[in-house]
Design a protein around this ligand. Sequence first.
Ligand SMILES: [Zn+2]
Ligand SMILES: [Zn+2]
Length: 366
Amino acid sequence: MLFRFIAVLAFILIGSLFFTPVSLAADGIVPAQNVAKNVQLAQRPPGQRQQQRREGRPNQQRPNQQAQPTGDGTIKITLLGTGGGPGGGGPNLITKKMNATTLVEAGGQQFLFDAGRGAMLRLAELSPQHITRTDKVFLTHLHSDHIVDLSDLFLNGGGRGGRPNFYVWGPKGTAAMTDHLAKAYDWDLSYRTNPRRQKLKMIGKDISEGQVFDNAGVKITAFDVNHWPPRKREQDREEFPALGYRLDYNGHSVVISGDTRPTGNMVTFGKGADVLIHEVHVGLDGSKRGQGGRPVRGSHHTSPIEAGKIFAQAKPKLAVYTHIVWARKSEQDLIDLTRQEYSGPLVVGQELMQILISNKVEVLKR
Ligand SMILES: [Zn+2]
Ligand SMILES: [Zn+2]
């Protein structure tokens, strides 16, 4: 009886949203199967609605499943790109593989881990609303293949529903980098600022190992990884910090390595995670590591055998590869090498692959 009453109420509420003059459907978010989200939308600040009225519908397409933020207890991961390094992971891949950027949606919020080449366009492929919702970016480190789309995402903030602030967390050097970027675009930012539109702000924050975010049930923890330059000495690693991240929500977790040599922290922070996402250099022979002399080329990354060892110790429900440097090897090579050490669930990331974490882990291929 109660269920029937709620269903009728939901029907009326959803119906009223569809026929409201300021159509919330313009946001692309009409989760017919979830009344709670509609209620949340109905409580948006008035300024945001006015902005929608001024700008009209950002696009005329029907709201779709992709455009909905998750607020239903699941964690949704989208691999916006899977390429490793500025060239996309190997010769001729630059147009096929975007830089490794990972979108995580949880608790009605959206988080971007890195913002490499193609992040902006890949978000647009999901929905235009994924771009306007982007205002929280967590950088693993400051290599160009992890940051080049920051500016584009930031400068599109005019569409961020009246929220001018764009937050960027990352290792030491992040705040200086974001300050420089904002200065570089000052002419454009000033030009587009007016009494009704606040100046966009990029707010960078240097962080180190520890919990760095806690809101609406989503906790994000940063941890040190090992990505100092191969031609330097380990004593110099302080100058070249790099971070991995663990996101916890609703009793589930996803752990992202960023760029790293094999490091015990991936086991410490990845232990028992639902999804463990690791970088890999398929052509790297990690067997020569630590034998002294000149480090092997690319040794600030992880070989498939080394990653396999980490997966075997951390035992995630699902191990996922992204930031894949292919080095003329095939997917089968990558799988075979990993299988020397790890026999659990494994997925080689593909562009726009999605992984849903609830009481089970599902993989959706594009
Ligand atoms: Zn990289
Ligand atoms: Zn790197």
